[in-house]
Design a protein. Structure first.
Length: 71
């Protein structure tokens, strides 16, 4: 998280791909967002993962969990 300014100003590479596949939906991150989220616990990464899962699920969540998530 120390690096907030990146040398790349514009790219044609997507950071996320969303596709319909048959009757389902697919989300692909071409980077390791899960590891980055685990290591730095940035809320934006968690929100991005949660929103991607909700989009792919395309229905009401079957389970919900409440709590701080930290011991």
């Amino acid at each position: 998280m120390e690096k907030n300014i990146w040398p790349v100003k514009k790219t044609e590479k997507s950071g996320i791909y969303l596709r319909h596949f048959g009757k389902g939906r697919v989300v692909y991150f071409p980077w390791d967002i899960d590891r980055v989220y685990w290591e730095v616990m940035v809320d934006d990464h968690g929100r991005l993962l949660r929103n991607a899962i909700d989009w792919a699920l395309d229905e009401e969540r079957p389970v919900t969990v409440e709590g701080t998530g930290r011991a």
